[in-house]
Design a protein around this ligand. Structure first.
Ligand SMILES: *Cc1c(COP(=O)(O)O)cnc(C)c1O
Length: 432
């Protein structure tokens, strides 16, 4: 049965259910699997014939090791992994793993869908409903809202800053209904986050409602992100281990790749592609880790100055810099270069890449200067239509907006106005 420990204390063990429902251990570390199993040879032999949901199930089954029974886990995986992750060939060396075919057009759909169903499973024996509180600056809220939509036993309350998210992002948060409630807070993202944090510490609230978070560091968001590394390898398989290039912010996506490698996936190297928020890149250069306030960029989902999964990477490598460097290379790309990267990819391949993917593409081009023969798989983390405002013309005019995003524009927004006064938010929660 899968057991987990906190990165700050390996002595105490937790079950998967405890880790998923708690999100974070009390000592402020991060939950880590106590054991990451190696998948047997026959798994890799069978892989070419397995569908994406089938191989995902096999990976999950090995890792979770009985913490969720076979049939329940199969249902969770097949419902979560219900859209493809195709690898597109730009040229012989350069491949793109499209992770944006989910409901909100970003790779975060994999994590949100799996986490929602896993939480619902572990909450099944509770008499009362679980209420998830999330503060969002835009994107995460959309994936969480969609992932938890119509999930039994769970309500979601999303707090977003009024007038500070894009129209389509707001529509993603406010048009679902059912178990998803949007609060339009008359303040900033930090105000939203402060309200949520206070509620978690308020006994009146926690005695009245069972609350939890859908934080990105929940282990249930990482597990499904390892599946598509296997899926990509299956599609490009040709004997030589590929390089994976992961555009990184909080480093959850790349950590899931490292899990996949530990499970036996052949990988030549991981490349952590940073924008100007290059704390990890600097760590690779110097061995020193200095978190900083984030800087705003056009690849804004990676604007993170203190990557929370750094602690997990340290845990995997016993905090040994040389071992980290042996597996992970890093590059940093500024906004001007990102824009020229988008243009380059379009001119050379007639492929429209989003700003996050472009950071990955340029990181791979740098890597290729020393390793011209390696094949790289660049993780394309979002559909370009989500970042159409920052794409250079005339490329932005050529983006085809997927139907599921386009239809949102027409839907009716339902949001409850909320002040930034904690007493108002508290009263709202106590009246639920
Ligand atoms: C969240 C996000 C990232 C960064 O992923 P991490 O797991 O935080 O490193 C990259 N690209 C897009 C589009 C994202 O939404």
């Amino acid at each position: 049965m899968m057991k987990l420990y906190s990165t700050k204390n390996k002595q105490q063990e937790f079950t998967l259910g405890e880790a998923v429902l708690k999100g974070l251990p009390d000592d402020n570390g991060l939950f880590m699997p106590a054991h990451i199993p190696k998948l047997p040879d026959h798994f890799f032999k069978k892989l070419p014939e397995m569908s994406f949901p089938e191989l995902s199930f096999a990976v999950a089954y090995a890792l979770i090791d009985g913490a969720i029974p076979y049939q329940e886990l199969e249902k969770i995986v097949f419902e979560s992994i219900d859209f493809p992750a195709p690898v597109v060939r730009l040229d012989e060396q350069t491949r793109i793993l499209e992770l944006f075919h989910g409901p909100t057009l970003a790779f975060k759909d994999f994590g949100a869908r799996f986490m929602a169903r896993t939480m619902s499973y572990f909450n099944r024996t509770e008499k009362s409903e679980l209420t998830i509180l999330v503060a969002t600056s835009g994107d995460t809220g959309g994936a969480v809202a969609s992932g938890f939509y119509d999930i039994p036993g769970i309500n979601v309350i999303i707090l977003y800053p009024k007038g500070k998210v894009s129209h389509l992002q707001e529509q993603q948060l406010t048009t679902l209904g059912k178990n998803i409630t949007a609060l339009e807070v008359d303040g900033t993202f930090d105000d939203c986050q402060a309200l949520v944090k206070k509620a978690f510490l308020d006994k009146d609230v926690t005695q009245h409602l069972r609350i939890s978070s859908a934080n990105s560091i929940n282990i249930a968001r990482l597990i499904p992100q390892s599946f598509y590394y296997f899926e990509a390898w299956k599609q490009v398989f040709q004997g030589q281990p590929p390089v994976f290039i992961t555009p990184s912010g909080n480093f959850g996506n790349i950590t899931a790749g490292l899990f996949a490698q530990k499970m036996g996936l052949p990988v030549k190297k991981f490349i952590a592609a940073n924008n100007a928020n290059n704390i990890f890149y600097k760590y690779l250069q110097t061995g020193e880790y200095h978190p900083k306030p984030s800087i705003q960029t056009i690849s804004n989902a990676m604007d993170v100055g203190a990557p929370s999964n750094f602690a997990r990477i340290m845990d995997l490598y016993g905090s040994t810099w040389n071992n980290v460097k042996a597996d992970i290379d890093g590059f940093t790309v500024n906004d001007d270069a990102t824009l020229s990267g988008i243009n380059q990819v379009f001119t050379k391949y007639q492929y429209i890449i989003d700003p996050h993917g472009a950071v990955g593409y340029l990181a791979f081009k740098e890597y290729q200067k020393k390793n011209p023969d390696d094949m790289g798989i660049i993780l394309e983390t979002a559909h370009p239509s989500k970042f159409i405002d920052v794409l250079p013309e005339p490329i932005s005019k050529k983006v085809i907006i997927p139907e599921r995003l386009a239809v949102l524009a027409e839907k009716t927004k339902v949001a409850t106005p909320m002040s930034i006064q904690y007493k108002d938010f508290k009263e709202y929660l106590l009246n639920r």
